[in-house]
Design a protein around this ligand. Structure first.
Ligand SMILES: NC(=O)c1ccc[n+]([C@@H]2O[C@H](COP(=O)([O-])OP(=O)(O)OC[C@H]3O[C@@H](n4cnc5c(N)ncnc54)[C@H](O)[C@@H]3O)[C@@H](O)[C@H]2O)c1
Length: 438
């Protein structure tokens, strides 16, 4: 198929990044960007900053950096705004989160102190183990969304930003099933006005963003934009969106290893995953209702990668268990153990053990950076609705209705890069390669 590429609006001026939640992930993201600008650190873990993309045949030797191939804003062009229910500046919040060393944060103090959150749209009903004083008041949820839009307009004006992206880095909300109020934009707007209980705070922010034509990424497993009402609004305003739940730590490992087992047709009888972590995210996830949201997001991964319906002898019957234990001494430095029971030739059993001593926010921050840059690229390329090509970044990728999500990290990466090639009118890479031997 001839493809001459897509008209991509060039970047202009500055990109405003709207962070909902100014906790461990957000402050590590903001401080990281400030450190990179000052030459105090490198953007390891970020595909937009480190990655390359092969174009054409292997013998053409065309392998530009992604950032040179598609027009993205650079880290120097970003201005941040945030909302949180605690008044702390990004400096104070980062100090409390304890992810980055105090010595580094001291060097970034002026920039970080300048970022002070707007009052949050927050209701304890949706995050049971959290409470804070810095919260908006309003007659109903529609009015609260209006206040968020006012914050955004003021920020845009004050910082003179041209383009905007919102990313949810707030706490995990309780599990909410899609219901009537989520089915159409009209229902949602009526629900915002009558304070419908099935509209959590995250949907109020998402409504404000999409209404203003601002792309939205969801870093947590909450339902948030994964409802027909927002698909309708995204279509109406031509806005891209994506989610859910940053793919870091244990799930990232799972989506690296499971495709390998399947590739070699090795069977699985059980996968037990457990974690200890001691940050505020871990504390929130100690509430069974918030954990249920997370659990749903973590469990679906293996099912989709292993396809038991196609390989019943190998994967019909595996036992999958995921646990998160709040253990304060570990702070943000999570430890994740996996015990994987597999079987091979003639059914002989084997085991794999993984002990991943990771740092949650160090893994998540580069994903947040890539997501805001790519979502903004999507908007400037005229793409709207669910951005499945950004599945690479999520534990529980959003898809069009009726499609199963792609979880295999390597397929996700291929899809992402092929989308970039498509946008620029380059050939898709199929890895067929027969012509090298003709
Ligand atoms: N760190 C990771 O590796 C990772 C991976 C996947 C998903 N996540 C998700 O990302 C989110 C952020 O993680 P974190 O480690 O930064 O958590 P965190 O608890 O350190 O930060 C969340 C912040 O959001 C604020 N908040 C909660 N509800 C809010 C609201 N309605 N409006 C504004 N602010 C609100 C909290 O006060 C807190 O400061 C969590 O939902 C987490 O589950 C994190």
């Amino acid at each position: 198929m001839e493809n001459s590429g897509v008209q991509i609006e060039p970047t202009k001026g500055k990109l405003g990044v709207l962070l909902v939640g100014l906790g461990a992930v957000s402050t590590t993201f903001v401080a990281g960007v400030a450190a990179i600008r000052k030459g105090l650190g490198e953007p390891f873990g970020s595909l937009t900053q480190m990655g390359t993309i092969r174009l054409g045949k292997r013998n053409e030797n065309r392998v530009p950096r992604i950032a040179d191939f598609v027009p993205l804003y650079g880290v120097d062009d970003i201005e941040f705004a945030a909302w949180d229910l605690f008044e702390d500046s990004a400096y104070a919040a980062a100090m409390k989160c304890g992810v980055l060393q105090e010595k580094l944060l001291e060097q970034l103090k002026p920039e970080l102190e300048n970022l002070r959150p707007f009052k949050a749209v927050f209701d304890r009903r949706y995050v049971k183990l959290l409470d804070g004083p810095h919260v908006k008041q309003g007659a109903n949820k529609l009015e609260l969304a209006g206040q968020v839009m006012d914050d955004i307009r003021r920020f845009k004006e004050e910082k003179q930003v041209e383009s905007l992206v919102m990313i949810w880095c707030g706490s995990t909300e309780i599990f909410i099933e899609p219901s009537d109020v989520h089915q159409s934009l009209a229902n949602l707007e009526a629900g915002l006005e009558n304070n419908d209980v099935n509209i959590p705070s995250s949907m109020v922010y998402a409504y404000a963003a999409l209404k203003l034509g601002i792309p939205f990424a969801n870093g947590a497993p909450n339902l948030t934009v994964d409802i027909p009402a927002f698909a309708e609004l995204a279509q109406e305003n031509q806005v891209p969106l994506c989610g859910k739940d940053f793919k870091t730590g244990q799930t990232m490992m799972k989506t690296i290893i499971a495709p390998g087992l399947k590739a070699r047709m090795l069977g699985l009888s059980g996968w037990f995953s457990t974690n200890i972590l001691g940050n505020r995210d871990g504390e929130v996830l100690d509430d069974p209702e918030s954990f249920k949201t997370k659990e749903e997001s973590k469990l679906s991964v293996l099912e989709h990668i292993l396809q038991p319906s196609l390989y019943p002898e190998l994967y019909d019957d595996f036992y999958h268990k995921v646990r998160i234990n709040y253990y304060p001494p570990r702070k943000d430095n999570k430890e994740g153990w996996d015990n994987i029971d597999i079987f091979g030739w003639l059914g002989y059993p084997m085991q794999i053990k993984i002990d991943f001593l990771c740092r949650d926010s160090i893994l998540a921050a580069p994903l947040a950076l890539d997501l805001v840059l790519f979502l903004d690229l999507a908007r400037r390329s005229g793409m709207s609705g669910v951005q499945e090509w950004l599945s690479f970044y999520f534990k529980s990728p959003m898809t069009a209705p009726g499609l199963y999500p792609e979880h295999d990290l390597f397929i996700q990466l291929m899809k992402l890069k092929n989308t970039l090639r498509y946008l620029k009118g380059e050939d898709q890479i199929t890895h067929l390669g027969l012509d090298y031997y003709e």
